[in-house]
Write a protein that binds this ligand. Structure first.
Ligand SMILES: *Cc1c(COP(=O)(O)O)cnc(C)c1O
Length: 354
């Protein structure tokens, strides 16, 4: 049976990418050697890393604009502390939209004063805060562009005078945006780009070198830039697979084409959540994520029949995060429209049967 993979992360990757990655583990480009048994300093792998960095800059429209791309380890969680380590001298502002922002704030507090500029905690993070003041004396303002757990997403980039830092783990490469409004952004690969094990970081170089503390080499963006993301042995498989996904994105027509497809998928699913009397959405309509749709049954008694319907057609990974409950459909770039249609069918059958 074909499985419809709605997992929040690690999550679905394009079939083509999976096949090419599997092939490269057997043999990289006719070299007689596997991707995972050659030196990261070999010509073949250096070319992989260089192309991956170039493509990340190109996809985000940041080529020639003073940015560097890095593929690091430690996940997005390591960027919570690394961003603060490198940028926070006195005071930083955070917009708190849930679990991930809260964790980022906690790490930053080790390095300086952290101000919560706005929060949606009062309604269990079911909306994106608006109408807040951003002080001009911050070292940076940090936000999470898409909250994977609660299913909220920034639709507009806040206007600020201070450098803007963003965790884009769950919506990187999902839409066109003016990425140059961000001075530093990062994304763990395992949501919308590749397997777990690497984190893409895009950083404006002029932002660096301004804090007075000394920074351990591994956690210093400047050191990582100088080493071309190879200060130590990089996660070769995760970087290579991320590169394959970026090639795939370009073949799909780039971020504009993917953004359109993602909107169509999200509109179809949210349309059914709104129409169907058995379901209710979790998030304020205007802030709904096009990557993670969270919803609940209006009658909890229907959980068993709905879960059975989903299981029968091969729907996997739909269970909501424990802090929200209900369901979460992660509809990342690689999830086909067919999977969304299959889910919507199950929702309609449930309504007709009860
Ligand atoms: C998954 C996720 C993280 C955590 O990523 P790790 O790579 O596991 O550290 C952080 N932020 C967001 C928005 C996420 O979705």
């Amino acid at each position: 049976m074909k499985i419809h993979n709605f997992s929040a992360g690690p999550s679905i990757l394009p079939q083509e990418v999976m096949q090419q990655a599997a092939q490269a583990v057997k043999e990289l480009d006719g070299s007689g050697l596997s991707l995972i048994e050659i030196s990261h300093r070999s010509k073949a792998f250096v070319a992989v890393m260089e192309e991956a960095c170039e493509r990340a800059l190109r996809l985000t429209g940041l080529e020639g604009k003073g940015y560097k791309a890095l593929f690091l380890q430690g996940g997005a969680s390591q960027q919570f502390l690394m961003a603060a380590y490198n940028l926070l001298e006195k005071k930083a502002g955070y917009i708190n939209t849930g679990t991930w922002s809260t964790k980022a704030m906690k790490e930053a507090q080790l390095f300086g004063e952290v101000v919560e500029i706005a929060s949606s905690k009062d309604h269990n993070f079911n909306y994106i805060p608006e109408n807040y003041m951003v002080p001009s004396d911050l070292d940076y303002l940090h936000l999470t562009t898409n909250n994977t757990i609660f299913g909220t997403q920034f639709k507009e980039i806040p206007d600020t005078q201070v450098p803007l830092v963003a965790d884009m783990s769950s919506d990187i490469f999902s839409r066109t945006w003016d990425y140059s409004k961000f001075d530093l952004f990062y994304a763990g690969a395992q949501k919308n780009m590749g397997p777990a094990g690497t984190t893409l970081v895009l950083v404006k170089e002029e932002l660096l070198g301004k804090v007075s503390r000394s920074i351990p080499s591994m956690l210093d963006y400047a050191v990582q830039i100088k080493g071309g993301s190879m200060f130590n042995t990089p996660p070769v498989f995760a970087v290579y697979t991320s590169l394959l996904t970026m090639r795939w994105i370009e073949e799909q027509g780039g971020l504009e084409a993917l953004g359109t497809k993602n909107s169509i998928k999200a509109t179809h699913l949210y349309g059914e959540i709104d129409r169907n009397s058995k379901f209710t959405g979790f998030v304020a309509t205007k802030d709904r994520s096009e990557m993670n749709a969270t919803f609940n049954l209006t009658d909890p008694e229907l959980a068993a029949p709905f879960d059975a319907l989903c299981e029968k057609v091969g729907i996997s990974g739909l269970k909501g995060h424990r802090s929200v409950g209900g369901y979460r459909a992660s509809i990342y770039n690689a999830l086909p429209m067919k999977s969304v249609e299959t889910l919507v069918d199950c929702m309609q059958i449930l309504e007709n049967n009860h």
